[in-house]
Design a protein around this ligand. Structure first.
Ligand SMILES: [Zn+2]
Length: 255
């Protein structure tokens, strides 16, 4: 048992009893963890707005030995995730970010870069001048890359056919080959590989969107079609890793 302090996002809440909740946190210091928040359901509870879904907060908790829940003792709000009232797509984008943080990370596996990516994404989603789906796709590809789950995006894994030649995308379609962490070109595809095909141009867009060079991704001018294809590619990969489609994905249809 030890007393820990961290900066965290609240990524899930579940009722535990008449008055208490179990809160899943994703913190910069510890990664994902779950803690019992006693009294959290009372109107004037001890945590105030600090543990609303997607709130960013400074927390203090007692870390228990493996197998039992941590105990949250303090949560101070740093910033609230509050897109403007008319911006429902950004709200849904935020729920999806929380869902992926919960599904794609392990307990007590610190990933400060993923934490920074998530807080940056939530900030972008709150800014109404940003296109919601672009921010969502950057997050999908970023969390896959930082988790080592994004395969090579330069060539067909089987025949070596490149995605680009002299910097120009080839007029070929490619599909994700998730079990091998790579791409398959249209010539090498077999019926059992179910992922949707995307154009070489969109693979090049994927490479740029998943780049850790934020200046590069900031300069991109992608078409809506390319962004949608990148989203489908990321969803195929995420669905394969989770063994199911993320449940909050259905809300993103309107973006
Ligand atoms: Zn091939």
């Amino acid at each position: 048992m030890s007393l820990e302090k961290a900066e965290a996002l609240v990524i899930r809440q579940a009722d535990f009893s008449e008055t208490s909740r179990v809160i899943t946190l994703f913190s910069k210091e510890f990664g994902k963890s779950s803690a019992l928040a006693k009294g959290a359901k009372r109107l004037k509870g001890p945590f105030d707005a600090g543990i609303d879904l997607l709130s960013r907060c400074r927390v203090v908790f007692i870390r228990k030995s493996s197998g039992s829940l941590d105990l949250l003792t303090e949560a101070r709000l740093v910033s609230r995730f509050a897109p403007s009232g008319t911006n429902i797509n950004s709200l849904y984008g935020g729920y999806y970010v929380a869902d992926l943080l919960n599904g794609l990370t392990e307990e007590y596996d610190p990933a400060p870069e993923i934490y920074d990516l998530a807080t940056d994404t939530l900030t972008k989603l709150m800014a109404t001048d940003q296109h919601s789906l672009t921010s969502v796709v950057e997050f999908e590809l970023g969390i896959l890359r930082l988790s080592g789950l994004l395969g090579s995006l330069t060539e067909c894994t089987v025949c070596g056919s490149p995605v680009t030649q002299s910097g120009q995308p080839l007029s070929k379609k490619f599909a994700p080959w998730i079990s091998q962490g790579g791409l398959l070109c249209a010539d090498c595809r077999r019926p059992e590989f179910s992922g949707r095909s995307i154009s070489a141009g969109s693979v090049a867009a994927l490479r740029q969107l998943s780049s850790d060079d934020s200046q590069l991704s900031g300069r991109l001018r992608l078409t809506k079609q390319q962004i949608v294809e990148c989203h489908h590619f990321a969803v195929s990969t995420i669905t394969s890793i989770l063994g199911r489609r993320p449940s909050t994905l259905r809300y993103l249809d309107g973006i």
